[in-house]
Design a binder for this molecule. Structure first.
Ligand code: SF4
Length: 351
């Protein structure tokens, strides 16, 4: 089992959902605590402790659970929100922004899904005349532990009643068990983050392998689920064009790319804080090689001409492979790029 201990908050003790989570993890030691935030992040726990000693908090989220996403987040013209149903992830991507975000790698499952749905309903009502997106996976992977958390079953009735509201489930997981228990909905999008095979092996530890992700996408599309793709972060390499050509060829053998709802593309970038953590946690990582540079603002990225070349080249390959051009969008990180009609990245540390 991936968890060394479960800490359950007093206020979650009466939740049937929390009880079912405990039932599914019968052999993990557990104890009751007053509030999760009395313990979580109170003492700095190094990020890589998650390899040997990963704790699970089962808790109630207080305060806002649905938050406006940063400007120009996702597809333009619609309103975008993200919601907070969990903190942290048991996968280990070397570039993950979470390593600079919380003071602890422990996972927190929030079990008051009804409060999240109520806030989604309010945000939808307040956004009359617009499409409204709710993005999961801002602080965790959307599907990796969905068979434990039950959140898909909690959210599905709202999205089936409310076609103007759209749900994005962003993932690097092939764990589609809980998803296949639900009926496909036209307003729910499973967005798979993908990278060339070698990059997944090298940088995305414990995530679903390349073939598993393609297989999951194939199965979902076959069953009628809407699928979307993220090529983000794109990491430079001498053969980057060939690598993405191969990925797109494999994808086109697995799914109908003309029916992909959207493809976002973004180049690897770090805030100063995350970059410092990457150097501490993965000092020999080849992510740190090459032409990444600390910019004037402390952020770390490739030089702009090279970023644009990477994005435009891979976007062209995707369109040639069958992804509709209007379904592709580019994630950039400065206002000049934004002015040029491309979008800013999903970086919670920049909220
Ligand atoms: S899957 Fe996402 S949240 Fe999980 S470690 Fe990788 S980048 Fe971080």
């Amino acid at each position: 089992m991936i968890f060394s201990e479960i800490l359950i908050e007093q206020d979650a003790l009466n939740s049937p959902r929390a009880a079912r989570i405990l039932d599914r993890l019968p052999n993990v030691p557990r104890r009751t605590i007053h509030r999760y935030d009395d313990v979580f992040g109170r003492v700095n726990r190094p990020y890589l402790h998650k390899r040997q000693d990963l704790r699970l908090f089962v808790a109630v989220k207080r305060g806002q659970t649905v938050k406006p996403a940063p400007l120009a987040y996702g597809l333009r013209g619609d309103k975008h929100f993200y919601f907070v149903q969990a903190f942290n992830c048991f996968y280990e991507c070397e570039y993950c922004y979470l390593q600079g975000y919380f003071r602890s790698p422990d996972l927190v499952f929030f079990v008051n899904h009804e409060d999240i749905v109520e806030e989604m309903a309010r945000a939808t009502a307040a956004s009359a005349g617009h499409g409204v997106w709710f993005h999961a996976g801002e602080f965790s992977d959307s599907l990796a532990l969905s068979h434990l958390t039950e959140e898909l079953a909690s959210f599905w009735p709202f999205f089936s009643r409310q076609p103007r509201a759209r749900l994005e489930l962003r993932t690097k997981s092939a764990n589609i068990r809980a998803l296949l228990d639900q009926q496909p909905l036209d307003n729910v999008f499973v967005s798979m983050s993908l990278a060339p095979r070698d990059k997944i092996l090298r940088y995305e530890h414990k995530t679903a392998r390349y073939e598993q992700r393609l297989q999951a996408l194939r199965e979902l599309q076959k069953r009628g689920f809407k699928i979307a793709l993220h090529f983000d972060p794109i990491i430079d390499a001498p053969a980057v064009e060939a690598e993405y050509g191969e990925l797109l060829a494999d994808l086109s053998r697995s799914v109908d790319l003309t029916k992909v709802s959207y493809l976002s593309l973004g180049v690897v970038r770090f805030t100063k804080q995350v970059y410092t953590q990457v150097k501490v946690n993965y000092p020999t990582s080849s992510i740190l090689d090459g032409s990444l540079k600390v910019s004037f603002d402390g952020k770390v990225r490739y030089a702009k001409p090279h970023r644009l070349w990477l994005l435009r080249t891979i976007q062209r390959l995707a369109v040639e492979a069958g992804v509709p051009a209007q379904a592709t969008y580019l994630c950039m990180e400065d206002s000049a790029a934004d002015d040029a009609g491309v979008t800013t990245p999903r970086m919670p540390s920049e909220d």
